[in-house]
Design a protein around this ligand. Structure first.
Ligand SMILES: [Zn+2]
Length: 395
């Protein structure tokens, strides 16, 4: 039905491996010709497991009804860039981010492999999602976070859903390095996005978009770079299955001071040079050494896509713009729209192109940044005069 193959040396690996003995990333590969597709692309979304025939699990899934997120037409953004722009709001998943699509598959595999504990390093969203699915499955969850650098909304989710949370004096890249070693000595199942099964769930973003259209381009914020790889894989598989006619150009967007993939792209390389101290207001993509860089670059080159960088100010402007469309997202999510606007300003977006931007996480994930941007509300006496005069003076 499927096998785990190394993207570097092509060796078929044991299905319990995270990475190949050569160090390469693993990819789930199907014998697509032998798979019987039992779903229709009819615009009826029923979540990740609608596409079970293309997911690598053998047991009943651990699910919280993830997926089926709305694809909104973004009228204002469309006007600004002169194209038809849609936003796939992944912030409306159960834990408020796209990670749930991967976790439903990842935690199911943990159960399938007989594991009673899962672990991850996280900038926040992965830990929140893993904690929820581990709770649902009744297994233990351990989380390593970069201390003081995780948005409040994400931390409280991990805590409330019962994960054991440890802060690391260091950044995400340091935490990921440690957690990989922890898994070598402790009997825990690693659920970072180097786990090839996580990306299998995330590819259903592409499947769901295909229910309605095949855009010319898809804009994706790049953090650890798993999601853009997964979305490309989803379109690629549907094309192989003749369910769609073309594969969109994949556009990755990084934050200016956390942009090793952008640099590799400019130099037309497959290898990145890690960035030591990545910085950005968009904590979810504050990653200097993206674990899935090679898969992401492969997706970008194969689809004739590109990588763009955006500043923190551009990210916040795009976050506000999305809010005006009624779409509440955390800063990292807005990077996709900020990247689109930047490409449009360079004259690279053609009129009447159909474009999808992926919004990866919910506004409530990072409430502190909102108070910094918008300020706290003014407090007045409970009288009509005080309220009216205050409202008049509000911007
Ligand atoms: Zn290998």
């Amino acid at each position: 039905m499927f096998k785990l193959r190394c993207i570097e040396c092509n060796e078929v690996n044991d299905e319990k491996n995270y990475t190949c003995r050569c160090g390469g990333l693993l990819e789930v590969v199907y014998d697509l010709e032998s798979i019987e597709i039992d779903f229709k692309l009819d615009g009826n979304l029923s979540g990740v497991w609608k596409y079970r025939s293309l997911l690598p699990v053998k047991i009943e899934p651990v699910t919280l009804k993830e997926g089926s997120t709305p694809l909104y037409k973004a009228e204002r953004i469309s006007k600004i860039v002169g194209a038809k722009v849609y936003v796939k709001h992944e912030g409306l998943n159960p834990s408020g981010s796209f990670k749930d699509r991967g976790m439903t598959v990842g935690v199911t595999k943990a159960i399938e492999f007989g594991k009673s504990a899962v672990v991850c390093a996280s900038t926040g969203n992965t830990s929140a999602s893993m904690a929820m699915y581990a709770a649902k499955a009744g297994i233990k969850a351990y989380v390593l976070l970069p201390a003081g650098k995780v948005a409040l909304g994400k931390l409280v989710q991990a805590l409330m859903h019962g994960a054991k949370v440890v802060g690391i004096r260091g950044n995400f890249d340091d935490a990921l390095k440690v957690v990989k070693k922890v898994c070598e000595v402790a009997d825990m199942y690693l659920l970072n996005s180097i786990n090839p099964y996580r990306l299998e769930g995330q590819k259903t973003i592409a499947y769901e978009i295909s229910e309605f259209l095949v855009p010319s381009r898809v804009f994706v914020p790049i953090g650890n770079a798993g999601n853009i790889s997964a979305i490309y894989k989803g379109f690629y598989e549907f094309k192989e299955l003749d369910l769609i006619d073309s594969i969109p150009r994949m556009v990755g967007v990084q934050a200016e001071k956390a942009a090793p993939i952008y640099k590799a792209f400019l130099e037309k390389k497959m290898e990145i040079e890690p960035i030591k101290n990545p910085e950005t207001v968009a904590t979810a993509i504050r990653i200097g050494n993206p674990a899935n860089a090679k898969k992401a670059l492969k997706a970008i080159y194969s689809s004739k896509g590109c990588v763009e960088v955006v500043s923190d100010d551009e990210i916040i402007d795009a976050q506000k713009l999305l809010a005006k469309e009624g779409i509440g997202v955390e800063p990292a999510s807005a990077a996709s729209v900020a990247g689109l606007i930047k490409l449009a300003e360079k004259g690279e977006i053609e009129k009447d192109e159909e474009i999808v931007c992926i919004a990866t996480g919910n506004l409530l994930k990072d409430p502190e940044i909102v108070l910094k941007i918008c300020g706290e509300p003014e407090i007045v006496e409970p009288s009509v005069e005080a309220v009216l005069s205050t409202i008049k003076n509000l911007k």
